[in-house]
Ligand binder design. Structure first.
Ligand SMILES: Nc1ncnc2c1ncn2[C@@H]1O[C@H](COP(=O)(O)OP(=O)(O)O)[C@@H](O)[C@H]1O
Ligand SMILES: [Mg+2]
Length: 235
């Protein structure tokens, strides 16, 4: 029997449950609304760009979706299960197991080598050092960093450091990767290459990726785009 094609009241078929979904998300700082009721769905393996002017709520939305910030209203669901009401310990565990993060500047640990940085999510998850480093090296090679495994962040270019951050975001095979202005500190050419590397690596692993950028040109290389203005989705 064919399932109903309309009817938002009926429960969705499993295959169509979004990887991540936000409903009526509100975030306030004092009297200022950073998010004023945002609905957003990200499908399994989908790449989505969130664009909008500075101050439009992009980072707030990313942080609320990822459970870094508690919201002041609305719901967040991961594969159909609500996660917004979880306590900080559970949220931290989710961030470590289901999510990967890439920030504007790598946020790599300066004292650790590239392979140790990339292996961090596995080491924190309790894998042995040997297994974790083997996986990390595979990811670094896939991202074009073979030969750089033992370099420290200070011995890498900006683009190379972002690739280490991408390896670290993917090494534990998360369901969703969040990237906040991942190319913001790079020149145009390196930024484009880094964005391609991120999109390809995520898509090869069926990880959904949510990329915040104010760079409209870069956003156009991402299949789907959501525009925020004053804490609301405008397109
Ligand atoms: N920690 C904070 N305290 C007070 N206001 C904040 C804080 N973080 C963000 N805001 C405000 O919330 C709004 C949205 O900010 P943000 O989510 O960082 O937007 P974007 O990432 O699009 O620049 C802005 O008006 C900003 O000034
Ligand atoms: Mg921001």
């Amino acid at each position: 029997m064919r399932s109903q094609t309309t009817g938002s009241m009926s429960p969705p078929a499993t295959a169509t449950v979004p990887a991540l979904s936000g409903r009526g998300l509100v975030k306030r700082y004092g009297t200022q609304y950073a998010l004023a009721g945002v609905d957003i769905d990200i499908a399994r393996g989908e790449a989505l760009a969130i664009v909008g002017p500075s101050g439009s709520g992009k980072t707030s939305l990313l942080h609320v979706l990822a459970g870094i910030l508690p919201s002041d209203g609305g719901e967040v669901s991961l594969a159909g299960q609500r996660i917004d009401h979880l306590g900080e310990t559970k949220r931290a565990e989710l961030r470590r197991t289901e999510f990967g993060f890439v920030f504007q500047t790598g946020m790599l640990v300066a004292e650790l080598s590239a392979e140790e940085n990339a292996a961090l999510p596995l080491l924190l998850g309790g894998q042995s050092r040997g297994t974790a480093l083997t996986s990390a090296r595979e990811w670094l090679a896939r991202l074009g960093l073979a030969g750089k495994e033992t370099n420290r962040p200070g011995e890498l270019s900006g683009g190379q450091a972002q690739r280490v951050a991408i390896a670290r975001a993917l090494v534990h095979r998360p369901r969703v990767i969040f990237a906040d202005e991942p190319t913001g500190a790079l020149d145009t050419r390196t930024g484009r290459d880094t964005m391609d590397a991120l999109l390809t690596a995520a898509s090869d692993n069926e990880a959904a990726v949510v990329i915040v950028t104010h760079d409209a040109e870069l956003a156009h290389s991402v299949p789907r785009m959501v525009t925020l203005r004053d804490g609301r989705v405008v397109s």
